[in-house]
Design a protein around this ligand. Structure first.
Ligand code: 5GP
Ligand code: MN
Length: 325
């Protein structure tokens, strides 16, 4: 069962007028969709909200309503911190995940998340691990605050459900997710628009990147573990940009008999971002936590510094152990 919005969180919203909103580095659909939707909801309540993200959204999310106004980078937005009373942090199990230490230190934090092992680092913490997306939690906030949800906001919130459940396919898909989706459609959400953004707006570079990446595909543990990797050189060859690798991991994941997948992506000279996915009882959150990362039981990640071959071996060994446990 999903949980209700804590009274204390509702009061924090009601009692303040100027909000800063942030989410995690390398934002995904839930991070960007829930941030944009929350900013719109706060506006309908007569409050101001600025979204500050360390990284830009992947190309496919550029057409989202309000995305152009998002403040990006490590330099604070105008008036920071005096212009703001509260910082809403969405989707970040630890404050470090936001990648904006200045923001976290300067303002009281309202922490809203659905990840396991959230550190409860806010003045208020609403953590609902049963919620399919943080966007679905923002939708519950809208009801609790009696904030009207317009068609664009409904579409943004619907998008968070689609991206975090993999199009209502993953194990986090629950009845509440479908109920929220139906209710959002009645509020004007347009699934066709969301599908066009997500599945029919890829730059050609992304498809070339799929080709580059799939050439690295290997199967291990009698075909139960699949791995792929991606270097900056490969990304350059494809003409890809930061964020263009989202969704790449779904290809190896679609292979029959594969129970766990790792995608290792080079982020700079000596550091690699590893994404893990699994089926059923295989717990990749635990694997990721072992490397200082986190996530959900069937979708997790972490970042490591070192030689690709060494990191690859360590990741593969840990993943194989989890699969064979
Ligand atoms: P992705 O592989 O799509 O980047 O992330 C999958 C899931 O793992 C998401 O829920 C994401 O929040 C989580 N995750 C990915 N990387 C990290 C990380 O470095 N630290 C933590 N705590 N969670 C991560
Ligand atoms: Mn999420």
């Amino acid at each position: 069962m999903t949980t209700n919005v804590p009274e204390r969180l509702l009061r924090e919203i009601q009692d303040h007028d100027r909000f800063l909103i942030t989410s995690h580095i390398h934002p995904d659909g839930d991070a960007i969709g829930s941030s944009l939707a929350l900013a719109r909801l706060l506006a309908t309540l007569g409050k101001s909200a600025v979204i500050w993200m360390r990284d830009p959204a992947p190309t496919v999310y550029r057409p989202l309503p309000g995305n152009d106004a998002v403040h990006i980078g490590e330099t604070p937005p105008a008036g920071f911190p005096e212009a703001f009373e509260r910082l809403v942090v969405l989707e970040c199990p630890t404050p470090e995940r936001a990648g904006l230490p200045a923001a976290i230190e300067a303002l009281p934090v309202l922490n809203i998340d659905h990840h396991l092992g959230n550190d409860d680092y806010g003045v208020v913490n609403w953590i609902d691990t049963n919620s399919a997306s943080v966007g679905a939690m923002v939708y519950r906030m809208a009801h609790a605050l009696s904030a009207p949800v317009d068609a664009d906001t409904a579409t943004l919130l619907y998008l968070t459900l689609v991206t975090d459940t993999g199009g209502f396919r993953f194990s986090n898909t629950n009845a509440e997710a479908f109920e929220a989706a139906a209710s959002l459609m009645r509020a004007g959400a347009c699934p066709e628009t969301v599908s066009r953004w997500l599945y029919e707006s890829q730059p050609a570079a992304v498809i070339k990147l799929v080709g580059e990446t799939l050439r690295t595909l290997e199967l291990h543990a009698n075909g139960r573990v699949a791995t792929v990797w991606l270097t900056r050189e490969m990304a350059q060859r494809a003409g890809a940009r930061e964020g263009d690798s989202e969704g790449l991991i779904d290809y190896p994941r679609s292979i029959a008999g594969v129970d766990a997948v790792a995608l290792m992506r080079q982020v700079d000279e000596a550091s690699y971002k590893v994404s893990l996915r699994s089926r059923g009882a295989i717990d990749v959150e635990r694997v990721a936590r072992g490397f200082g990362g986190g996530g959900h039981p069937n979708a997790a990640g972490f970042t490591l510094r070192g030689e690709r071959e060494v990191l690859f071996r360590q990741t593969l060994d840990a993943l194989t152990e989890a699969v064979e446990a």
